[in-house]
Design a protein around this ligand. Structure first.
Ligand code: G1P
Ligand code: ZN
Length: 550
């Protein structure tokens, strides 16, 4: 193998965000841009003994630039001396599948090429992130070190060899290393069969239960065809948009009510099947809609926690649960009833890893359509959908009935997120500073019927490794006359690629069953107004309304 050393210079702003480095494709296409990041990654993770004997997993969501990026990562990994490189066929692996393969094959780690739910294609977004040996996203100390290295880089090494054939399953030898192209779906399917009662779900479909799964032309198509149609016996046509496309058919592969509007419209119509679901670009997010009943992700986490025992993998109970701080507190009440611990972590899946590894939690989730368990170290869209199906197969109730009985038991957390996108960075910072300066004076103040209990800038103390992460979101906690809680949380997104995105999370608990099931925006109207007012958003940004409301 002939290794070349290429001279390069640092790029500004190669700082990994909430989940890796995410930028416009055109940014990644600059000569050396991706190579600099990959070289910095390898420099940071290289163990004293080197990479000989170690395996690297590579996979992506199939978006534009996937192939080019994968060939580059292969050649740079070979130059670093990795002994084995495992790649999904045609470069396709969902994010949870990568996590599983790292664990299953005891790999050193994995490189995931994806920008998750962001649009793809030549004008869209691209991204890269690294997952460590436990299968989970690299922790902050690694991503910070990668960034630091990328700011001083002057050269990188790469092997001169022809491109790997990603389309043919099997093993090829390059120098002392082997490249193995593996089936993208097989290992993941085996894992799901271990966790869930496939016979019960098959019987559910046999009984006439109907479903639509929208793969959004993203990575989950091949997984979903195999699992739902081939194995579980749902009729062909249950999975729609099941062929991964490099530009996702021109759509955002984001499973929310806006971007999955066709599914939403169907589920709210007379022709609705029993169950609707979708997943995102890289397969880690999920959307679930019952007939006439969308399910908010925060509610989903609570319902799944309360009913997980219906699935074989969780029948013996849960160690504990965790949610990201801005995720609604609905799951906290379930944890309390089950007598298990509930942790509140910063936004981003990497913060769940230590708790999962230490068996402190079994399930975890975020408000942003992500949930998962200790079976991998990523959120997992199809896993969540299969857990719903397993629960419905065992209880034989509708999604609507399940949700309503959940609220009757635990109360309802009305919850919404308002996003202000593509704000100029200095304006977004001005908003955050404006809120921050008020925080020390808010406690005790009353707004409408709500009294501020506390207001702070959230810091997370990791109970396992003792690390502390500061500045993870500004939160204002209220109580009302009935001693019920409400919250407003503000934070800046770490995944946007243009300007800054301000996220406002607004939540109010409603214990009175007669007040359940209202329209969310109406039920929260006063609190939403207050959230805008405290942020002085209109004056400071010129925006009177959010761009995306979920
Ligand atoms: C967003 C979500 C967060 C999720 C991340 C990656 O990050 O809010 O929950 O983990 O995408 O999917 P944000 O843009 O808010 O930093
Ligand atoms: Zn994703």
């Amino acid at each position: 193998m002939n290794i070349s050393t290429i001279q390069t210079q640092p790029f500004e702003g190669q700082k990994p965000g909430t989940s890796g480095l995410r930028k416009k494709v055109t940014v990644f296409q600059q000569p050396h841009y991706l190579a600099n990041f990959v070289a910095s990654l390898f420099a940071v993770i290289k163990p004293a003994e080197g990479f000989a004997g170690k395996t690297l997993v590579i996979g992506g969501d199939g978006r534009f630039y996937n192939d080019t990026a994968i060939q580059l990562v292969i050649k740079m990994a070979l130059a670093q001396g990795f002994s084995k490189i495992l790649i999904g066929q045609n470069g396709i692996l969902s994010t949870p599948a990568v996590s599983n393969i790292i664990r299953e094959y005891q790999a050193f780690g994995g490189v995931i090429l994806s920008a998750s739910h962001n649009a793809g294609g030549p004008d869209g977004d691209f991204g890269i992130k690294f997952n460590i040996a436990n299968g989970g996203p690299a922790p902050e100390k690694i991503t910070d070190a990668i960034y630091a290295h990328s700011q001083t880089i002057s050269s990188y090494d790469i092997v001169d060899c022809s491109d790997a054939d990603l389309s043919t399953l099997g093993v090829t030898t390059v120098g002392n290393a082997v490249i193995e192209i593996i089936d993208s779906v097989a290992d993941y399917v085996v894992l799901m069969q271990k966790l869930f009662d496939f016979n019960a779900i098959r019987a559910l479909f046999q009984s006439g239960f109907t479903m639509r799964f929208d793969a959004m032309h993203a990575v989950t198509g091949p997984y979903a065809h195999k699992i739902f149609e081939d194995i579980l016996g749902a009729p062909k046509g249950t999975v729609v948009n099941g062929t991964p496309l490099t530009d996702f058919g021109g759509h955002h592969p984001d499973p929310n009510l806006v971007h999955a509007h066709e599914l939403y419209a169907l589920m709210m119509s007379d022709a609705a099947p029993d169950f609707g679901a979708a997943s995102d670009g890289d397969g880690d997010r999920n959307l679930v809609i019952g007939r006439g009943m969308p399910v908010a992700p925060s509610d989903a986490l609570a319902v799944l926690t309360a009913n997980a025992h219906h699935a074989p993998a969780y029948a013996a109970g849960l160690f504990g649960v965790a949610r990201s701080m801005p995720t609604s507190c609905a799951v906290d009440r379930v944890a309390q009833a089950l007598g298990i611990e509930c942790f509140e972590t910063p936004t981003g899946w990497k913060f769940f890893g230590n708790l999962l590894d230490a068996n402190r939690i079994t399930l975890c989730g975020e408000e942003s359509a992500g949930a998962s368990s200790n079976h991998v170290r990523e959120k997992d869209g199809l896993w969540a959908i299969l857990l719903w199906l397993n629960i419905l197969a065992k209880t034989r109730v509708s999604v609507k009935a399940l949700l309503e009985s959940h609220w009757a038991t635990y109360g309802q957390n009305y919850y919404t997120r308002h996003d202000f996108e593509e704000i100029e960075t200095d304006k977004a910072n001005a908003v955050m500073t404006h809120i921050k300066t008020q925080l020390p004076n808010l406690a005790g103040q009353t707004f409408g019927g709500l009294t501020v209990q506390s207001a702070d800038d959230f810091s997370y103390h990791d109970p396992i490794d003792g690390s502390v992460s500061h500045h993870q979101g500004l939160r204002v906690l209220f109580t009302d006359e009935a001693n019920e809680n409400a919250r407003i949380v503000y934070r800046l997104s770490g995944t946007g690629t243009v300007g800054a995105t301000i996220r406002m999370y607004i939540e109010r608990y409603e214990g009175d069953a007669r007040k359940h099931g209202q329209d969310t925006q109406n039920a929260l109207a006063a609190l939403i107004q207050l959230a805008y007012r405290l942020a002085n958003i209109e004056t400071l940004t010129g925006r009177g309304a959010a761009d995306v409301v979920t």
